[in-house]
Design a protein around this ligand. Structure first.
Ligand code: GLU
Length: 300
C-alpha cells in the first residue's frame, strides 16, 4: 500500500486515441489547476493499454501539445503499456483473495441480462476467458465529488461483476487506472464527467487492493451543437497549438473562472497567473455546450 503524501498529487491520463481537443484540454488544465493551486504535483500518464483503439503517433502528439501549452509534468511520463507486471501482480492478488474469477460468459450470452454480469450464464467454455471482479449484493459506494456533489451507487445492481482482464488478453481500464493511481500515490483525480460512472467501480477495486481512495473532481462534460459528447463526435477537432494562450483561455472560461486581470502572451506566464487566481468552487457541473469557436479553436 502506498503512503499518502501530504501535498496533493494529480494527473492527466489521456488515452492515445487522437489529438487533444477541447474536452481533453479541459481535463489537462483542470487537473493541473487543482494540483498547482494547492501547491501540489501534477503528472502525465499515457493510458496505452488498448492497442486496437490506439492511433499511431497520438501519444507523442498529445505530449507535444501539452508542452506547447506550458503544461509540464513533475517527473517522467508514465506509459501503461510498460506496466503489465504490476497489473498482473494485482490481478494475482485478487484471484488469491477470491475477489476475482475467470469468466467464460460472452457478450451475447450476457445480452439477456442487460449486459450485466451477476453470475455466470455460459454453458460453453471459451478459449479466451476474461477475468472479472466479484461484486456481491450489498456492494454500495458513496463519495463526495468536489464538483458533482454527493454520488452513491449500488455497484452490484448498476455494473455487476466487472472485467479486469479482457477476453482479448488486454488489461481493463478499471484495473490499470486503480493500480497506477495507487502506485503513483495520487490523491486528487480530476477528469471529465464521462468517467463519473467508473468511479464507484474504482473505489471498490481500491478497497479490495487496500489502496487509499483519492478525492475526486469530475469536470463538466462538453457537448457539441447536437448534444453529443465532444470527444466522441466528429466535431472534436484539435485546438490550434500555435495559439496556446487562446486555447487555455477558452478552457479557463469553460471552467467558470473570472477573466484574468491581464492576458500574458506566454503560456507559462498565463498559467502562473491562472494557478494563483483559480477558484475551484466556480466550476459548473455542466454539461456545457461547447460553442463552435471552442470546438475548433483555430483548427487547421
Ligand atoms: N484514459 C482515460 C481517458 O482518456 C482517462 C482516465 C482517467 O482520467 O481516469 O478517457
Amino acid at each position: 500500500m502506498s503512503s499518502t503524501p501530504s501535498l496533493p498529487r494529480g494527473r492527466f491520463a489521456p488515452s492515445p486515441t487522437g489529438r487533444l481537443h477541447a474536452g481533453s484540454l479541459l481535463a489537462a488544465l483542470g487537473s493541473w489547476l487543482f494540483a498547482r493551486h494547492a501547491g501540489g504535483e501534477w503528472h502525465v500518464r499515457i493510458e496505452d493499454i488498448d492497442p486496437p483503439r490506439e492511433v499511431p503517433g497520438a501519444a507523442d502528439a498529445q505530449l507535444r501539445a501539452l508542452r506547447r501549452l506550458g503544461l509540464h509534468p513533475d517527473g517522467p511520463v508514465l506509459r501503461q503499456s510498460t506496466r503489465g507486471a504490476l497489473y498482473a501482480r494485482a490481478l494475482e492478488r485478487l484471484l488469491d483473495q477470491g475477489d476475482a474469477f475467470v469468466c467464460h460468459c460472452s457478450r451475447s450470452a450476457l445480452a439477456a441480462h442487460d449486459g450485466i454480469h451477476r453470475h455466470c450464464v455460459a454453458g460453453a467454455r471459451r478459449r479466451d476467458p476474461s477475468i472479472r471482479l466479484r461484486v456481491p449484493e450489498g456492494t454500495h459506494v458513496a463519495f463526495e465529488d468536489a464538483i458533482q456533489g454527493h454520488v452513491s451507487e449500488d455497484v452490484h445492481a448498476v455494473t455487476g461483476d466487472f472485467v479486469l482482464r479482457r477476453a482479448d488478453g488486454y488489461w481493463a481500464y478499471q484495473l490499470a487506472v486503480v493500480v497506477d493511481d495507487g502506485a503513483q500515490s495520487m490523491t486528487r483525480i480530476v477528469r471529465g464527467a464521462d468517467l463519473l460512472g467508473s468511479t464507484a467501480r474504482q473505489i471498490v477495486l481500491q478497497q479490495r487492493l487496500q489502496l487509499a481512495s483519492p478525492r475526486y473532481a469530475h469536470l463538466p462534460l462538453l457537448l457539441d451543437a447536437r448534444g453529443r459528447k465532444l470527444s466522441k463526435s466528429q466535431d472534436a477537432l484539435p485546438f490550434d497549438e500555435r495559439e496556446p494562450v487562446a486555447a487555455l483561455a477558452s478552457a479557463w472560461q469553460l471552467l467558470g473562472q473570472r477573466p484574468l486581470r491581464t492576458t500574458p502572451t506566454d503560456p507559462h506566464d498565463w498559467l502562473a497567473m491562472a494557478s494563483a487566481a483559480f477558484e475551484p468552487g466556480r466550476i459548473p457541473r455542466g454539461p456545457l455546450a461547447a460553442t463552435h469557436n471552442v470546438a475548433d479553436i483555430g483548427a487547421p
